[in-house]
Design a protein around this ligand. Structure first.
Ligand SMILES: [Zn+2]
Length: 226
C-alpha cells in the first residue's frame, strides 16, 4: 500500500494553548507535504498532537512532529476549547474530540464514509453508545469528521447508525438460519445494505475478500454481544 492511500482525515485547530494537530498519518513524504500545508494555514508550530485511536494510519506521523518539538497529548482536558471523551467501538480506546468554536467533531474510525463500519472492539452495544454520545454534542450543523471519507452532518451519521444496525440484524438472522459467511455474502438484502455505506458511489466499493472478512468479523461481534 502506498502511503498516499491512507486517506486519513487530519484535524488542525487553533487553540489558546497553541496549534493542535489531530491524527497525522505515517509516511515522511506525506508528512513533509502536511507540514508545509500547516505552515501555510497557521502561524506557529504544532504544539500538541491528538490521536483518535492508536492505529498507525492515525498516529504514524506522531514521531515526525514530536521531532519538530510537538507534544503528544493524552489528556485533552489541558486544552479547554476541546471537549474529549473515551468510548469503545472501533478499538478499546476510541477518543472523540469536539471543538466548539469550529463546531467540528472528530470521531476517528467509529465512523467511516468511505468504507463499511468497523465496530469490532465494542460490538453493537459499544457502537450504539459511541454514536449516541457523538450525537449529543454540538447541534445539527455540527460537522462530523470521520476517520476516513468525507465529513458530514449528523443526519448522515444517523443513517450510518441505522444501516449498521440493519446490517447486524440481517447477519444475525442469516446466521440463525444456518448460513455460512460465504452464503451470507450472496444474500440480496445484505448486498443492498452494504451498498448503503458506499456514499462516494465507488464502482468497486468493497473487494470480495474484505466483504467476507466484514461478515466474519460481524459474526464474531454478534457472538460476543450475546
Ligand atoms: Zn483508520
Amino acid at each position: 500500500m502506498k502511503h498516499t492511500d491512507y486517506g486519513t482525515n487530519i484535524g488542525l485547530l487553533k487553540t489558546t494553548r497553541g496549534i493542535v494537530l489531530i491524527d497525522p498519518m505515517p509516511g515522511n513524504e506525506n508528512l513533509d507535504v502536511l507540514n508545509n500545508a500547516v505552515k501555510d494555514l497557521v502561524d506557529g508550530p504544532v504544539k500538541f498532537i491528538l490521536n483518535t485511536h492508536e492505529h498507525s494510519d492515525h498516529s504514524g506521523g506522531n514521531a515526525y512532529f514530536i521531532k519538530k518539538g510537538s507534544t503528544l497529548l493524552y489528556d485533552v482536558t489541558k486544552i479547554k476549547e476541546i471537549h474529549g471523551f473515551l468510548v469503545e467501538s472501533h478499538t478499546t480506546e476510541d477518543k472523540v474530540f469536539f471543538h466548539q468554536k469550529s463546531n467540528s467533531i472528530f470521531v476517528g474510525d467509529i465512523y467511516d464514509t468511505s468504507w463499511h463500519p468497523t465496530f469490532y472492539s465494542g460490538g453493537l452495544s459499544g457502537f450504539r453508545k459511541a454514536i449516541e454520545a457523538i450525537l449529543k454534542l454540538g447541534n445539527d450543523d455540527s460537522i462530523i469528521v470521520p476517520g476516513h471519507g468525507k465529513p458530514t452532518r449528523k443526519s448522515e451519521l444517523r443513517a450510518f447508525r441505522k444501516n449498521t444496525l440493519d446490517w447486524v440484524s440481517r447477519v444475525r438472522k442469516l446466521k440463525n438460519d444456518g448460513m455460512t459467511a460465504i452464503e451470507i455474502k450472496n444474500d440480496a438484502q445484505i448486498n443492498i445494505i452494504l451498498d448503503k455505506f458506499n456514499l462516494e458511489d465507488k464502482a468497486d466499493f468493497i473487494p470480495e475478500k474484505a466483504f467476507i472478512w466484514f461478515i466474519e468479523r460481524t459474526l464474531t461481534v454478534i457472538d460476543k454481544d450475546v
